[in-house]
Design a binder for this molecule. Structure first.
Ligand code: IPE
Ligand code: IPE
Ligand code: MG
Length: 237
C-alpha cells in the first residue's frame, strides 16, 4: 500500500442487518462487530495509520428499543474490561469522545479510568465516539467559547479556528478517509465539521464482516484519489 491516510474515521454500520440475515437477534451483530473493531485497530497500528476514529453510539441511538440500548451499554463496559490491557500493551492512546456524562456513573467511570490509563501511550490514537452527535459537538464548542469570551470581554467574532479548537476533537487532525459500512449514503450526524474534506468510501459489507481485507480495499481506494482541496488538477501535479 502506497498512500496511507493519517486519520481514518469509520461509521460502523450494519450489525443488525448482518444478524437478521443469519436469523439471529440484532445484538449478535453488535457482539461480532466488536471483533471487527479489534481487527481494524490492529491493522491500522500495523500499517501506520496515526488516528482511528469510530462511531460507536450516536446521540440518536438512545431512541432504539430499551433492550438493545442496554445491551450496547453492557457491551461497551465489557469491551473496555476485556481490551484495555492489550490496548495498553500495544501502546494505543484511547479516547472516548461525546457527552459522556449522560452514561451511568459506572460506565462513565470505566471510560474515564481507561482513558487515564492509556493517555500517555504514543502509538495509534483510537477515538471512540459515544453518545456523540456532530451537532451536539458544535453546540458544545460554541457554548464553551462563549463562556471563555464572557470572562475576557474582548474580540467576540467567531472564526473557523476558534470552532475547531473547542470541538471534542480539538487536538486531532481532520479525517482523511471516512468509511461507512453497510451501504447507507449518509453521514448520520458524524463529525459534521471535521469531514469537510475527507475522502468518502461506502461499502456494502456489513460491519461484522469488515475485516483486514475490506480495510485494505478502502485504503487502496483512498490511495487512488486525487485530493484537490479546491485547486485544479494541474496545480496538484
Ligand atoms: C451499527 O449497526 C451499530 C450501532 C449503530 C450502535 P446497526 O445496529 O445500526 O445495524 P443496522 O443498520 O440496523 O443493520
Ligand atoms: C450511525 O448508524 C451511528 C453509529 C454507527 C453508531 P445508525 O444505524 O444509527 O444510522 P442511521 O439511523 O441508519 O442513519
Ligand atoms: Mg444502522
Amino acid at each position: 500500500m502506497k498512500k496511507i491516510p493519517n486519520h481514518v474515521a469509520i461509521i460502523m454500520d450494519g450489525n443488525g442487518r448482518w444478524a437478521k440475515g443469519r436469523g439471529l437477534p440484532r445484538i449478535a451483530g453488535h457482539k461480532v462487530g466488536a471483533d471487527s473493531l479489534k481487527e481494524c485497530v490492529k491493522v491500522c497500528a500495523e500499517i501506520g495509520v496515526k488516528y482511528l476514529t469510530v462511531y460507536a453510539f450516536s446521540t440518536e441511538n438512545w431512541a432504539r428499543p430499551k433492550d438493545e440500548v442496554s445491551f450496547l451499554m453492557g457491551l461497551l463496559a465489557d469491551t473496555i474490561d476485556r481490551e484495555v490491557e492489550s490496548l495498553n500493551k500495544n501502546n494505543v492512546c484511547l479516547r472516548f469522545l461525546g457527552r459522556l456524562d449522560q452514561f451511568s456513573d459506572q460506565l462513565n467511570g470505566k471510560m474515564r479510568a481507561s482513558m487515564d490509563k492509556l493517555s500517555k501511550n504514543t502509538g495509534l490514537n483510537l477515538n471512540v465516539m459515544v453518545n456523540y452527535g456532530g451537532r451536539a459537538e458544535i453546540v458544545d464548542a460554541v457554548n464553551e467559547w462563549v463562556k471563555e469570551e464572557e470572562g475576557r470581554g474582548e474580540g467576540k467574532l467567531i472564526t473557523e479556528e476558534k470552532i475547531s479548537s473547542h470541538l471534542y476533537t480539538k487536538d486531532i487532525p481532520d479525517p482523511d478517509l471516512l468509511i461507512r459500512t453497510a451501504s447507507e449514503m449518509r453521514i448520520s450526524n458524524f463529525l459534521l465539521w471535521q469531514i469537510a474534506y475527507a475522502e468518502i468510501y461506502v461499502t456494502d459489507v456489513f460491519w461484522p464482516d469488515f475485516r483486514r481485507n475490506e480495510l485494505s480495499k478502502a485504503i487502496e481506494s483512498y490511495g487512488s484519489r486525487e485530493r484537490r482541496f479546491g485547486k485544479t488538477s494541474e496545480q496538484i501535479d
